[in-house]
Design a protein around this ligand. Structure first.
Ligand code: S3P
Length: 431
């Protein structure tokens, strides 16, 4: 599928976001381990979270998904020992979160599982989870000398470890936490910078003992079964990011994103856009399922360049491609550093973002761990591709909104991974 975009004269309206992807994965996985029934509403509609649901079903979890009136998952958890050996290979599709979180969980289960996914997933680094899980006593084999999926996991008894994570990755942290709650003895984890903390929040609400001290976590084995936790998932700030940037760079814009999760470990995008001069207003702040939520209004803005580095990176990691579009429209040179993790996402996002935005007229130098973006540039429509990467396809659409002429985006169906209604929502706000 391809989409063509021309610059609208204005960008106006309200956007209802899909449920947060990170939280939806976690709500489904953790409630599968609890004893009792949980109902998760506004569950993320993208293919990634459906991959998690189908893997959980293959592990014997009783759950059902209904799309109407709000996407809802009902889960009947049977406790930490309620899973069974899957009869076939688990398919995580495009989802790194599914693969890494489930591998941590399966490392502690007394059976054999094999997990794999699509070609993008099979190229993403898995040694980062295999090594520490093996230190805990797990037996995991992967392709290419234990670095890539498919992974074969022979689960069993685990013990706690003391471990410094080599990267600030919530997927790695969560994988280890899921193993640690079923290990004998406590596990101490230290992150180089704080990554998203949904796992700690939700598992603690379900009765796990997880103590934070700065960037350190102490995770204790669970002594009694987890309690189920029903929740309404807040809207995904990583999906809101496209509207926030589109609204800031388009000269005739006023957009409101509703019900957006604003967990401080995810709000790097708000800090960065504000520092760039974006006119953002945060209203109706409240709390939903133990997570802060708000509505965010964005208006046309005059942007200036920013430095995006250090602890800001894990707080904005999935938003950096679309922030690169903001930087292209900003006055001055934006420097993005410390973001080598972008190279091992659904695509090499340093390379693919720079390459495709350059086709539209951007001036970008790539670095091993980031980019230098020379702004402002005038985007001109061209044919570009999302490289099968959902966030890149949406990033290119945002650039197309302000480009002269027509921008054609190939591989446009990639948005289904995290935001299936993206193209419809875009049409609705373009006037
Ligand atoms: C996620 C964590 C991030 C992010 C991914 C979702 C999660 O990955 O890029 O889209 O749900 O834990 P890393 O933690 O590996 O950086």
């Amino acid at each position: 599928m391809q989409k063509s975009i021309t610059r609208p004269s204005s960008l106006k309206g309200e956007v209802v976001l899909p449920g947060d992807k990170s939280l939806s994965h976690r709500a489904a996985i953790f409630n599968s381990l609890a004893v009792g029934r949980a109902t998760v509403t506004n569950f993320a509609t993208g293919a990634d979270c459906r991959s998690t649901l189908s893997c959980l079903k293959a592990l014997g979890v009783a759950l059902d998904y209904s799309p109407h009136p709000s996407p809802t998952v009902n889960i009947e958890g049977r406790g930490g020992s309620g899973l069974r050996e899957p009869e076939d290979v688990l398919d995580a599709g495009n989802s790194g979160t599914t693969t890494r979180l489930l591998t941590g969980l399966l490392a502690a289960q007394p059976f054999l599982s094999v997990i794999t996914g699509d070609s993008s997933l099979r190229s993403r680094p898995m040694a980062r989870i295999i090594k520490p899980l093996e230190l805990m006593g797990a037996h995991i084999q992967g392709r290419k000398n234990n670095t890539l999926a498919p992974l074969a996991i022979r689960g069993g008894d685990l013990h706690g470890i003391d471990y410094l994570l080599p990267v600030a990755s919530a997927q790695l942290k969560s994988s280890l936490v899921l193993a640690a709650i079923f290990a004998s003895g406590p596990t101490r984890l230290e992150e180089p910078a704080l990554s998203r903390d949904h796992t700690e929040r939700l598992l603690s609400a379900m009765g796990a003992r997880i103590e934070r001290d700065g960037n350190r976590l102490n995770v204790f084995p669970i002594e009694k079964e987890l309690m189920p936790c029903s929740l309404a998932v807040p809207g995904d700030i990583s999906s809101a990011a496209f509207w926030l940037v589109a609204g800031a760079i388009h000269p005739g814009a006023e957009l409101k994103v509703l019900n957006c999760g604003v967990n401080p470990t995810r709000t790097g995008i708000l800090d960065i856009l504000s520092a760039m001069g974006a006119r953002l207003t945060i209203v109706n702040e409240r709390s939903e399922g133990g997570e802060p939520v708000a509505d965010i209004i964005v208006r046309s803005s005059r942007l200036k360049a920013a430095r995006i580095e250090g602890p800001l990176i894990p707080r904005s990691i999935d938003e950096i491609p679309v922030l690169a579009v903001a930087a292209c429209c900003a006055e001055g040179d934006t420097v993005i550093k410390d973001a080598a993790e972008l190279r091992v996402k659904e695509s090499d996002r340093i390379d693919t973002t720079a390459r495709e935005l350059t086709r539209l007229g951007a001036r970008i130098d790539t670095l091993p761990d980031g980019m230098i973006i020379h702004g402002p540039c005038a985007f001109t429509g061209a044919t570009v591709t999302g490289h099968g990467d959902h966030r890149l396809a949406m990033t290119l659409a945002v650039a197309g909104i302000v480009a002269a002429g027509t921008t054609i985006i190939k591989n446009a169906q990639a948005v289904d991974i995290s935001y299936p209604t993206f193209w419809r929502d875009l049409e609705a706000v373009c006037r």
